[in-house]
Design a protein around this ligand. Structure first.
Ligand code: M6R
Length: 614
């Protein structure tokens, strides 16, 4: 949510900032801007909408960048104030000498703004960020030291902020500040970088320093000094990053979303090979001893948001079924506002693709404070969330660029299934043979995923047939209720269709009133499910109300072919594992639906890939 870049060095500043922002565009695309510091002063360029618009503004200006050795840039996901040029970052001080970009939310900005206005500062935007600029500027005019001014000003800020700050009078440095919003420093030779996330640094450097909360960095061309908010120097470790340019390019696919959908069989194959060396042997995780993890655990709770929350709901079924331990799930955004019985007998699991979701981090912090053991499942083991974890399970699904989560979802489900099986092995309350047969079935998943991908033409045809509808219902029962939720989420986020999911048995208790010939239904069910017959009855009830019915099922129910308007059939898999396979058709259906409407599949309106504000 909002992306920041900064550069100091002798190479083409404008190009470095733009390419960095391009790789961060998944974090927001309401506006973009850069500020360049040269001998004459600070120049700010901003544009509404995507980065391309900013690139056009810059082309038009025919910039001469050879005297510029310092710049900062930003892409915005609007929180305070509409997506306009005035609200776009960077924001300048009234004398035009101080400039900054910000990711986060300043909770006390109104009070600060009133105070600063009464002291004669002029505001030109509706953002919370502008209060920070004037605050630092005010302190600068007292201290004539950017570092001192920043330290004084940030002590007055409440909320979350990652900042990059430049002053025309101090062209030898950029100051980077982090509190509850991610920021890293990239280390180069006679040049250094600042970024919200690693993709911005790909192709530029492989060495980074992670800033922790309440730290700031004075970034010069030839050195980086990290301090705490009291101004004390800290010793920070350098780390190596391993993201290749290929990981963040489309590699011939029309969209990142389709590329990421198609990567799933390979990712799952790799994960299974890593954790199931021999099906007869216990599942193995590097760095996690299952006895240690499960010791004293009487209750499991899972917190997550969005797609990760849907994965959590499926995990609840799997874990309760395989271990007999009670599992609760909670939208992370609600967690801290509710009384919880979390204590030192609780295992709290946080699931987050990005590892930067503010709500999930806040929930885990509270669970940890209550004495729980914290296990984090993330695709980004280099992210903020791992700093609060006792145990980490990395997904290694590769960078996910498309805003809609796809490969990270099936990687989460696979990891959660492996974890549930490992818990069952550790508890020894389930027949070994049953665990073995689930593992053996799990190992068939990648090939079955390949089969689903090879039938994507039919799914495309089906999606195109229904793309004129403005409403959609997803129906399921049992473990696939969350599959229906995920299907509806995918469709609504990339095609803006009002798609909702219902527990099929609940249909007759109200939602059935919505049904008529303008309401298509996608019904998801396994043939080998306890509720198979009941699910078919629910479909009958819908059919009697003229709803169009699409079946997504793993059974080849020939005699039903005339009954359903369309059928998407996937290979056989037990009900427990079926969500891992059903995930692909629901992703493909949403993808082709949105693409056939010519929508911006990878960067849908109003969304950002990592939601770093609560
Ligand atoms: O990075 P996280 O898994 O914590 O993100 C959680 C949600 O913001 C995310 O899953 C969101 O719902 C996606 N856009 C879904 O496609």
């Amino acid at each position: 949510m909002c992306g920041i870049v900064g550069y100091i060095g002798n190479n083409a500043v404008e190009e470095i900032l733009l390419s960095g922002l391009k790789n961060l565009e998944y974090r927001g695309y309401d506006s973009a801007g850069i500020a360049l510091n040269d001998n004459q002063g600070i120049d700010v360029f901003r544009a509404k909408g995507k980065l391309n618009n900013l690139a056009e503004v810059l082309n038009f200006k025919h910039l001469e960048t050879k005297h510029i050795s310092q710049g900062i840039g930003h892409i915005r996901w609007a929180t305070h104030g509409k997506a306009t040029i005035e609200n776009a970052h960077p924001h300048l001080s009234n004398d035009g000498k101080l400039v900054l970009v910000h990711n986060g939310i300043i909770e006390n900005y109104k009070e600060l703004k009133d105070e600063l206005i009464s002291q004669g500062f002029h505001f030109f935007s509706q953002t919370d960020t502008e209060a920070i600029v004037h605050l630092i500027d005010r302190e600068y005019k007292k201290t004539f030291s950017l570092e001192q001014a920043v330290i004084k000003a940030i002590a007055m800020l409440k909320g979350a902020f990652a900042l990059c700050i430049m002053h025309h009078n101090e062209p030898d440095k950029i100051i980077a500040v982090r509190k509850n919003a991610p920021l890293i420093i990239g280390l180069g030779k006679n040049e250094n970088f600042i970024a919200s996330d690693i993709p911005a640094l790909v192709g530029k450097t492989q060495k980074i320093i992670h800033l922790d909360d309440n730290e700031l960095a004075i970034v010069k061309k030839d050195k980086v000094i990290v301090k705490n908010f009291k101004g004390e120097v800290l010793n920070k470790a350098e780390e190596n990053i391993q993201i290749a340019q290929d990981d963040i390019t489309k590699q011939g696919y029309k969209h990142f979303m389709l590329k990421e959908i198609c990567e799933q069989p390979q990712i799952i194959h790799k994960m299974l090979a890593e954790h199931i060396e021999m099906p007869e042997q216990p599942i193995h995780f590097d760095n996690i001893n299952m006895t240690d993890l499960m010791e004293g655990v009487e209750k499991i709770e899972i917190v997550a948001c969005g797609t990760s929350l849907n994965a959590a709901q499926i995990a609840q079924y799997m874990m309760e079924d395989l271990t007999g331990i009670s599992v609760t799930i909670e939208p992370a955004s609600e967690y801290i506002y509710k009384r919880h019985l979390t204590n030192n007998k609780t295992l709290s699991i946080g699931i987050s693709q990005s590892g930067e979701t503010a709500d999930t981090i806040t929930a885990l912090k509270q669970a940890k404070a209550n004495g729980a053991k914290i296990l984090v499942i993330t695709n980004r083991p280099d992210s903020s969330i791992v700093r609060y974890a006792h145990y980490v399970l990395p997904l290694n699904a590769g960078i996910e660029v498309s805003v809609a989560a796809t490969k990270s979802y099936t990687a989460q489900l696979t990891m959660l299934c492996l974890l549930s099986l490992a818990m069952a092995e550790n508890k020894q309350n389930m027949e070994r043979q049953k665990i073995l047969s689930i593992k053996q079935e799990l190992l068939t998943l990648p090939i079955k995923m390949e089969e689903v991908l090879s039938s994507q033409r039919e799914i495309k045809k089906c999606a195109e047939k229904y793309n004129k509808y403005k409403n959609f219902i997803y129906l399921a029962r049992g473990i696939n209720i969350a599959t229906a939720q995920e299907g509806a989420l995918k469709l609504k986020e990339i095609s803006y269709i009002n798609a909702n999911s219902y527990v099929a048995g609940e249909l007759k208790h109200g939602p059935i009133a919505l049904l008529d010939s303008n309401m298509p239904i996608l019904a998801i069910f396994s043939q080998n499910s306890k509720t198979y017959e009941k699910m078919l009855s629910n479909c009958e009830e819908a059919k009697a109300r003229q709803a169009h019915l699409i079946a997504l099922t793993n059974s080849s129910i020939e005699n039903r072919k005339g009954f359903f308007d369309d059928m998407i059939i996937v290979p056989e898999l037990s009900e427990l594992l079926s969500p891992l396979l059903f995930a692909l058709p629901i992703q493909l259906f949403a993808y082709y639906f949105a693409d056939s409407l010519n929508l911006d599949v990878d960067q849908p309106r109003n969304l950002a890939k990592s939601v770093t504000v609560e």
